[in-house]
Design a protein around this ligand. Structure first.
Ligand SMILES: Cc1cc2nc3c(=O)[nH]c(=O)nc-3n(C[C@H](O)[C@H](O)[C@H](O)COP(=O)(O)OP(=O)(O)OC[C@H]3O[C@@H](n4cnc5c(N)ncnc54)[C@H](O)[C@@H]3O)c2cc1C
Length: 320
């Protein structure tokens, strides 16, 4: 595939952070396969300048412009991308794994009769053959998908799967004012902002991440004390959030938040890929788990095999 086209998402004048997942994948792809990296932006003439700081991030930026593309609408966006892709061949269209991508990627694949692979978590080249990596069966099996001779392909990229390393390109801009049908079957009534919690874990330098291994709510004060001692904040894996032990905005992972603290302490967390996706780029990861085969140890810099209900109190004593 000659060109990797990254679909850029924005909302109310802000470029979404999640775009960097797809962009990081595109850079890695280019490293292994060559070709060009392009950014695809759907917007209006009036809002175009908010994308100025994306210049330099790809070989090309395509602007598809129309007043009705100013904000996301599934039908308008789908029609615009269809028009754009009709004049393309030999491309890899890449989305970051978002709700909008779930809507657009399969619809486009069906329209153009090309494969779509979701939740991509890794990319490898072995003996000149490219493999895409994703998990199956809720993370129990890790699969490598070898590519055949697909001319074009659509992918969605798992949050946090690829580390973003800025590249400099001299960017060619291509702008096109497109006309689109204004009939629609879907009306977006509005967006509701999720309630802001007291703590923004994405900004924390130290995070104590707790998992199901914490066992009981009565063990929370012990980890709260550890967080306090280390000037950190508490976050959790999904079971801890589902149990109501921590608020929803403290969930780390693919359906929670992506964090990059200086220190991530993983206590009683097995290391399911959905969790790891949200914390693996932390500067330093220390895990405590009683199972020596827990996958969390494969992303940890330091690991302690043992019972956290014994190790944490001992650590607290040391920190006195
Ligand atoms: C679509 C989807 C999205 C998801 N999104 C997320 C997400 O955003 N974030 C997320 O976290 N998960 C997410 N999950 C769930 C994910 O698959 C795992 O089920 C979850 O991360 C497991 O949480 P855990 O590690 O706390 O629990 P477990 O997997 O049950 O692990 C508990 C760990 O604690 C250890 N342990 C037990 N007792 C002790 C002890 N006394 N001392 C030390 N260690 C002990 C065990 O050895 C084990 O490794 C998602 C799943 C799906 C299907």
């Amino acid at each position: 595939m000659k060109e990797v086209i990254v679909f850029i998402e924005h909302r109310f004048g802000e470029i979404l952070e999640s775009n960097f997942d797809a962009l990081s994948f595109a850079y890695r792809w280019q490293e292994l396969n060559g070709g060009e990296v392009s950014l695809l932006i759907l917007t209006s003439e009036e809002k175009k300048e908010i994308f100025n700081n994306l210049k330099g991030l790809g070989n090309k930026i395509y602007f598809l412009k129309n007043k009705i593309l100013e904000e996301y609408h599934p039908e308008f966006y789908l029609n615009a991308i269809k028009m754009f892709l009709k004049r393309k061949e030999d491309y890899l269209l890449v989305f970051s794994q978002t709700a909008n991508a779930y809507e657009l990627a399969p619809s486009l694949a069906a329209e153009f009769f090309i494969p779509v692979i979701t939740n991509i978590n890794g990319l490898e080249k072995i003996d000149d053959k490219i493999y895409l990596i994703r998990y199956f069966y809720g993370g129990k099996i890790c699969g490598k998908i070898g590519l055949l001779d697909e001319k074009s392909l659509i992918l969605t990229i798992q949050s946090g799967a690829f580390k973003f390393e800025k590249r400099e390109f001299s960017t060619l801009i291509e702008e096109q004012e497109i006309s689109l049908p204004i009939e629609k079957n879907t009306e977006i009534l509005g967006y509701e902002k999720a309630e802001a919690g007291e703590v923004d874990i994405t900004q924390a330098a130290v995070i104590i991440g707790i998992g199901r291994g914490i066992k009981d709510q009565k063990n929370l004060p012990m980890v709260e004390e550890l967080a306090k001692k280390l000037n950190g904040v508490l976050a959790g894996s999904r079971p801890v959030i589902d149990a109501g032990w921590l608020p929803k905005d403290r969930q780390v992972g693919s359906s929670g938040k992506t964090v990059k603290p200086k220190l991530y302490f993983a206590l009683g967390i097995s290391g399911a890929f959905q969790h790891v996706a949200g914390m693996k780029n932390s500067d330093l990861i220390i895990a405590i788990n009683k199972d020596e085969n827990a996958p969390i140890f494969s992303v940890s810099h330091y690991g302690v095999i043992g019972d956290l209900t014994k190790i944490v109190p001992a650590l607290l004593k040391k920190l006195q």
